[in-house]
Design a protein around this ligand. Structure first.
Ligand code: SF4
Ligand code: SF4
Length: 399
């Protein structure tokens, strides 16, 4: 319908009103928008926050946080309303910070969203404003302090020996360096077997993802610049990450700050699919396995097929799919640093996903060290896809 016809009734009714009413209506029309925008400078995307605040919030049934807590206040649209009231100055940061940090950044809501919002992205700008107010939950400060002091999000527990220059740089990520040496061993041995000139950083630091998500932008840029320098010094042509979040941050977020690594960035599953002919699996796997899709891998990097290609090529392996798989996966509970900032909620989400996966098989395969940690901390038997491949190789090929 022609827009002037659609709104003709407004013009018609205005034409019958006294001049004072017309003047008032015009003044409100011209100034109204300003009244509904924050007066302070903000890093937040207010337009998206308002759209989300007014949305029927149907995505809430898929939000692991509101589902785990059975609490509407923690649903996406409700948190957008709280974010809006905070940005407008009606709610203190101190009162709302805990709620505004309770997001796994899993993008489950995005699957339903008419605007295709990534709610974690919406909250990121709000987190920046909370950081500027300096009124944050203690756990958020603690995580930032740990990364500042140690340059990783947890204590490094081992040192893999390798060259520091080469075509293929393997970036382990904090969780591998602190908890899962076996993933780094598997990846480097597989690259070795494929005849790659692989390298690792002499002193690997955090990629900066937690700092970025929590809103510590100055700290993020500082660490990202150092990483960029270290990566360039290796002379690598490709960068392989075991952690989907590291791959995503290097690929999508560094360039937003004009920090272009200028090398091809791959997640481990992409590398394993590409080099599938260079390793030979001979072991019979006796158990059934179910594959858990990590949220960042499927929803932010769009990697669904590669791990399945790798696993389905192993003839000796029986692979099951859970009902919630691919882009319909469910969060492991540790996304968005929730394991550190909201351990109670995080554990409930992990428990729920673990129960779901246990219906299909005794053992879980995943492609994210953080998912592996979440499930194994609650007693699950979990393998990273690289560990499984390495375990399945002929003994003589494992030397
Ligand atoms: S990103 Fe995940 S945890 Fe955050 S609001 Fe959306 S569904 Fe909920
Ligand atoms: S994330 Fe999208 S679908 Fe969910 S409440 Fe906000 S606007 Fe609506």
């Amino acid at each position: 319908m022609n827009i002037s016809k659609k709104y003709a009734w407004i013009m018609d009714s205005l034409s019958h009103t006294p001049f004072s009413v017309k003047a008032r209506a015009m003044k409100h029309f011209l100034t109204g928008k300003k009244e509904y925008l924050p007066k302070k400078n903000t890093n937040a995307d207010i337009e998206s926050i308002v759209k989300c605040s007014l949305c029927p919030n149907m995505c809430r049934f898929d939000c692991p946080v509101s589902e785990a807590e059975k609490n509407e206040t923690l649903s996406p649209s409700a948190r957008a309303r709280i974010a809006y009231l905070f940005e407008m100055g009606f709610l203190e940061g101190e009162v709302v910070a805990d709620t505004l940090y309770s997001c796994c950044n899993c993008d489950a809501c995005r699957q339903w969203c008419p605007f295709e919002f990534s709610f974690g992205d919406i909250l990121q700008g709000v987190h920046r404003d909370l950081v500027e107010e300096n009124n944050l939950p203690k756990q958020v400060f603690d995580l930032r302090d740990t990364i500042e002091k140690k340059h990783v999000s947890d204590d490094k527990s081992f040192n893999i020996v390798g060259k520091h220059k080469g075509d293929l740089l393997y970036f382990m990520g904090c969780t591998v360096m602190s908890k899962h040496e076996s993933i780094a061993v598997a990846m480097t041995k597989i690259m070795e077997k494929a005849g790659e000139k692989w390298a690792i950083l002499e002193d690997e630091w955090c990629c900066g993802a937690p700092l970025y998500n929590l809103g510590f932008i100055d700290d993020f840029v500082e660490i990202a610049e150092i990483n960029l320098h270290k990566i360039r010094e290796t002379g690598c042509k490709e960068l392989i990450c075991s952690c989907p979040t590291c791959a995503y941050i290097f690929k999508e977020i560094y360039p937003k700050f004009k920090l272009n690594i200028n090398v091809k960035i791959l997640h481990a599953t992409e590398y394993l699919a590409r080099s599938e002919k260079s390793y030979k699996i001979s072991k019979e796997f006796e158990k059934n396995y179910v594959y858990h899709d990590p949220c960042t891998l499927v929803r932010k990097l769009g990697i669904v097929e590669q791990p399945r290609y790798v696993l389905n090529n192993i003839k000796e392996l029986t692979l099951k799919e859970s009902y919630f798989h691919g882009k319909d996966t469910q969060c492991c509970g540790r996304g968005g640093s929730m394991g550190r900032t909201h351990p109670g909620i995080s554990e409930k989400i992990t428990k729920k996903r673990l129960e779901e996966l246990s219906k299909y098989a005794d053992s879980i395969i995943t492609a994210c060290p953080t998912c592996k940690s979440a499930f194994s901390d609650l007693g699950g038997e979990v393998y990273d896809i690289s560990e499984l491949i390495y375990a399945g190789c002929k003994t003589d090929e494992r030397q």
